[in-house]
Design a protein around this ligand. Structure first.
Ligand SMILES: [Zn+2]
Ligand SMILES: [Zn+2]
Length: 143
């Protein structure tokens, strides 16, 4: 893991790679990695490359949950490319599991709290129910 971190720090001199509580990319250019983690070594590397993927695709703003899911999928696609470059084993199941947590979140977030129908989201992140007209806010997405 330390080897990979120093390689990335060298390859991306504008990026600050720092120890933190969890794997996270913070715009504009800080990449956090968890020093203490329950993830297996390879999974931790994948999470780091995924977060680097966020930096490389450069899209951090989203106005709807669907966009958020798209950004997540793109960051994993980027991580896959990085795996080949840095000799890390890409784990499709692991990436899919992570994406599933977003998909589940997306599904739950879209359900009307009154009548359980799937609502739609406007450009401000507010959900509307097409049946009863209820509105509700986007929840905080999973990490
Ligand atoms: Zn992500
Ligand atoms: Zn409703």
């Amino acid at each position: 893991m330390q080897k990979l971190i120093s390689k990335l720090a060298k390859a991306y001199p504008n990026l600050e790679v720092k120890a933190g509580d969890r794997f996270q990319f913070t715009p504009p250019a800080t990449l956090f990695y968890a020093e203490k983690t329950d993830y297996a070594n390879n999974e931790a590397k994948l999470l780091l490359l995924h977060e680097l993927g966020h930096y490389l695709i450069g899209e951090t703003d989203y106005s709807s949950d669907i966009e958020l899911l798209e950004i997540e999928a793109k960051a994993w696609a980027e991580a896959k490319k990085l795996c080949a470059k840095y000799s890390v084993k890409y784990d499709e199941d692991f990436a899919e599991d992570r994406l599933d947590s977003y998909r589940n979140y997306l599904h739950e977030a879209s359900l009307c709290k009154v009548c359980q129908l799937s609502g739609y989201q406007d450009g401000h992140g507010l959900y509307h129910c097409p049946l009863c007209g209820a509105t509700w806010q986007q929840k905080t997405p999973p990490m």
